[in-house]
Design a protein around this ligand. Structure first.
Ligand code: SF4
Ligand code: SF4
Length: 375
């Protein structure tokens, strides 16, 4: 199969090409069914005779690119059928992120993702540094701050709440509208039972389908293992622990207990545990990236950008903890805040979207499986 230069096509043309290719491969798989125990894609596929555009969008978001079906497939290249389900699904997923993004004018941010997010991080870091230098007398950046409210003598708490509240509010709105577009396009509109939602939450929290059908995903060694699943767990729960730490710190602040907190304080314990998870998980995902011929596309690039942003966030956050009683705290804090701001605003335009679309796809999958079991 010859290489196609995707930059020659607009988003709609590319969507049709990706959907047609995924539908072609699903038709072959539906006749073969050898991989039906590997993940959610194949049981969902077996409920269909034909594969319309939105249906394959949905199936592509059930795939998590473990590669097990590629490794097992007797019709993979160089066979003339050219079946490479991970590649077809990854191409379609990446295209679907752009088609359902809000606002639609920002679809291009998924192209050259490293450039745009890197630029955003540089701009935010520069803005925090120049803001602090401009606000205070010269030298304040490298003064030593200790005691209650030390961080807020550099940047007032109200300013931080306003900046990060606005960024996070925008990101949540953009992601909610993106998921709503995806959901409306790929779901029939039937009412959902609470059990379907509960099943999807359970499958998400346990990463049920990251087993590659039992032995795990194929990693750099070429052998299946649970490495990728555990790294995803560390990353996801690390992120949630950091969120819990920040939320608890906000509550403590309004109760009159100001940061920085003692090392044994729950805010610090949650933050350190989350930060370590956000270092171990992304490093494991980076070093465990499979080197097989399957699924080389921009999805891998946006995944890499997100991993680097998570690592930068956790490393700079831990640097603030270590340096908080030294003259380097000001610079460490402003760099950390700039990176976190860039992470927040880029959430709707990078790999984080995968998690949201995947949860929506798992809800639909649970709904379909329960409906099929009743008939
Ligand atoms: S990926 Fe290959 S082996 Fe697996 S179901 Fe499809 S055609 Fe069959
Ligand atoms: S790559 Fe893994 S998750 Fe994707 S369809 Fe194949 S077996 Fe399923």
């Amino acid at each position: 199969m010859s290489e196609v230069n995707t930059s020659d096509f607009n988003l709609a043309d590319l969507a049709r090409m990706n959907q047609d290719e995924a539908a072609r491969q699903m038709s072959i798989c539906n006749a073969c069914r050898y991989c039906e125990g590997l993940c959610a894609v194949f049981p969902a596929m077996e409920l269909r005779r034909a594969f319309a555009g939105e249906d394959v969008d949905y199936l592509s978001n059930l795939c998590h690119n473990c590669g097990a079906c590629y490794d097992a497939c007797q019709y993979a290249p160089p066979h003339e059928f050219g079946v490479n389900v991970p590649q077809a699904m990854a191409d379609l997923r990446e295209n679907s992120y752009q088609r359902y993004v809000w606002p639609a004018a920002f679809a291009g941010l998924f192209q050259r993702n490293a450039f745009w997010i890197g630029l955003t991080a540089v701009v935010f870091v520069a803005a925090f540094i120049t803001g602090v230098i401009g606000w205070h007398a010269a030298g304040a950046m490298f003064a030593t701050y200790t005691g209650d409210g030390a961080f807020y003598r550099l940047i007032p708490h109200g300013v931080l709440v306003a900046i990060f509240g606005a960024l996070l509010g925008y990101a949540v709105l953009a992601m909610a509208l993106s998921v709503r577009r995806f959901w409306r396009a790929s779901h029939s509109g039937e009412a959902l039972e609470p059990g379907s939602i509960g099943q999807a939450i359970h499958d998400t929290a346990t990463l049920r389908y990251l087993h590659g059908g039992g032995p795990g995903c194929t990693g750099v060694s070429g052998r299946p293992s649970d490495h990728r699943r555990w790294c995803h767990h560390a990353t996801a729960y690390g992120f949630l622990l950091c969120l819990a730490s920040t939320s608890l710190a906000t509550v403590c602040h309004y109760l009159g207990y100001e940061a920085p907190y003692a090392i044994w304080h729950p805010v610090v314990i949650l933050g350190v545990a989350g930060g370590l998870g956000l270092i171990a998980g992304p490093i494991g995902l980076l070093t465990g990236r499979p080197a097989s011929a399957r699924s080389r596309n921009r999805s891998a690039d946006i995944g890499l950008v997100f991993i680097v942003m998570l690592l930068a966030t956790s490393a700079s956050g831990l640097a603030v903890l270590v340096l908080r009683a030294t003259p380097a705290m000001g610079l460490a804090l402003t760099i950390h805040l700039g990176i976190v701001a860039a992470l927040f605003i880029s959430l709707p335009y990078g790999k984080f979207v995968h998690g949201l679309h995947r949860v929506a796809a798992l809800v639909r999958h649970a709904h379909e499986q329960r409906a099929a079991a009743r008939h």
